[in-house]
Design a protein around this ligand. Structure first.
Ligand code: IYR
Length: 233
């Protein structure tokens, strides 16, 4: 049964009232075929830093955000807000503020070891993707729940929850044919100001979304092989 058809209201202290969950079991051959296909499709995903200015179907972005919002979260508190920014003026303001911070970072704030780690990826303080991509999804984590009357309630495992949701967002965008990038300007306080977000929200990442530019280039990366990332016990 879909669980996103009614409006959510915060729960706290109510008794446990389970409902049945009986998804139909997928035949194993279908499962194997889907897993292999998905593995190959996900391996095609690349972080894109050069975007075409072409518009994207906004419903694809909305659907991807809805997918992300199905992520598991600490105490099912769903501590996330996704702000889709299309306004070119606001994107320009975000770019200007991000580049100001990144200039300081790349001029030395990151330190030599960090800069050396980034060198093979070719990143620098210039962030054209913030204005070239037709949409930015700015992800905020809700550090605590804030009621209309100003009351607060602690949220649990916020970093983990929002990190999982962002992973699901990237997967959904990729599988729907859109390219993206996780940009983490640091510090990110300016995002709350530019987007007018409330005090309980803290920016987590800026995710430009669009199509790769015709002359898009990406670093020549090698992913770890399965035996390098997995141990079977
Ligand atoms: N936030 C900076 C630096 C940066 C850091 C890491 I770790 C990256 O994987 C990539 C970039 C920037 O966005 O350029």
């Amino acid at each position: 049964m879909p669980t996103t058809t009614e409006r959510w209201t915060p729960t706290h202290g109510e008794p446990y009232r389970p409902v049945p969950y009986r998804p139909e079991r997928m035949p194993q051959d279908e499962s194997l075929a889907r897993a292999a296909q998905l593995r190959a499709r996900m391996d095609e995903r690349r972080t894109v830093r050069q975007f075409a200015p072409d518009p994207v179907p906004l419903q694809v972005v909305r659907d991807a955000i809805a997918c992300a919002a199905t992520a598991p979260s600490g105490a099912h508190q769903q501590p996330w807000t996704f702000v889709m920014v299309r306004d070119p003026d606001i994107r320009r303001r975000i770019r200007r503020a991000a580049e100001d911070e990144e200039q300081i970072s790349y001029d030395g704030r990151l330190g030599d070891e960090w800069l050396a780690a980034l060198r093979p990826l070719g990143t620098d303080e210039v962030k054209p993707h913030l204005t070239d991509a037709p949409a930015l999804v700015v992800v905020f984590q809700q550090r605590y729940w804030l009621g209309d009357d100003g009351s607060k309630r602690k949220h649990y495992y916020v970093d983990e929850s929002v990190g999982i949701a962002v992973g699901m967002l990237l997967s959904a965008l990729h599988l729907s044919g859109l390219a993206a990038l996780v940009h983490t300007p640091s510090p990110m306080r300016f995002l709350s100001e530019v987007l007018g977000r409330p005090a309980n929200e803290k920016a987590f990442a800026v995710i430009p979304v669009g199509y790769p530019a015709p002359d898009c280039q990406v670093p020549d990366l090698v992913r770890k092989s399965l035996d390098q990332v997995m141990v079977e016990v």
